[in-house]
Write a protein that binds this ligand. Sequence first.
Ligand SMILES: *Cc1c(COP(=O)(O)O)cnc(C)c1O
Length: 429
Amino acid sequence: MKREKITLSFEEMPKSWYNIKAELPFKIDPMLNPGTGEPIKPEELAMLFPPSLVEQEFNCEDRLIPIPEELIKEYYVYRPSPLVHATGLEEYLDTPAKIYFKNESVSPTGSHKVNTALAQAYFNKQDGFSKLTTETGAGQWGSALSYAGTKFGLDVEVYMVRVSYDTKPGRRHMIHLYNGRVYPSPSERTEGGRAILKDDPDCNGSLGMAITDAVEMAVKSDDTNYSLGSVLDHVLMHQTIIGEELKLQLEKANVKPDVLIACVGGGSNFGGFVFPFVMDAINNKDIEIIASEPQACPTLLEGKYEYDFGDTGKLTPKMKMYTLGYGFVPPPIHAGGLRYHGASPIVSRLVNEGIVRPDDLPQTEILKAAQIFSLTEGIIPAPESSHAVASTIREAKRCKETGEVKTIVFNLSGHGFMDLSAYDHIGKL
Ligand SMILES: *Cc1c(COP(=O)(O)O)cnc(C)c1O
């Protein structure tokens, strides 16, 4: 079978991001100030984010937001990412389904996160800021932001979930290589961190706690902003470069997708991948959209749809989203990037409207899927991305049972070269 890889020329690359809020037939519930219960005003976010990003966060009018030329140049270092026809996986599964994947693992740090990291660093620099603080789970976001920061001349300070800091030294080294600084969270450097450590000195940490650390440091100083790797509307918008490219690549290959699949932590690779297709799903009802998440942190399937804080320390605005509760500390599964109690408000709403279906997967199935994909397609997936692989395998097997010839496209959000310990105890396939 011919193994097709579909790419785009520089001229064909999308030159704008897609702002889904300008097109959705419903309004996304606003963030609330936890003190007053009133919708957050743009001025209130100015403590954490630069004016350009605040404007993007509140923009519900413009369908397309132009990507600045300097950023397109940086995107071109690793984009467009290839769309690959996964013929090896199809043959192995002996399925009538057609399987394609968008390979975001080709970025400098090995995941989709660089797409928004570059944008956030660029706009912070443009708006006159010199330093960024952030949190990181497994380390992918911290390394992506460090890379982006050093490209645009910003200092980057990363608070890394303690359990990952201790068990994933590779990402720490990568952050250092890109001139970033990294500290374990909960951190002795912050009031919030010290309070948690006082009660629980051996605390594993969580993304919620690391956000508390990073936000506190950013609020304390004028030249410093905070940067979030997922969840917020502007972050998901930057990621739509993935889905926009995908749309063009599918047209070029004359392929019509029936099922779109991506994993969800905070929702950024998922949103970026599927948003350009959501209006088709709403209007024509002929695209199924699946969100893969870990059974150990089942935000979309078992969380409550309600207003909640984004962090453990209750420093962030409240967002209407699926949430397991701001105090939820997920077990330390391999997919560190999916250990988050909440999810993007836009993605949550799409689930609540029945436009997106959550799919929960146990870790054993994830590891097996990763092994199958490594052997059949020659790429070791990140444990996070393996959730999308596992849902794809479920769908392809269903097609085998029913004889349906569906076209399944999934997002390979990153490679697993920095997470190989996850695959240490796998038996032979
Ligand atoms: C961070 C990360 C995720 C989860 O984050 P989202 O915002 O939900 O995309 C998924 N895959 C990889 C490879 C990651 O690094």
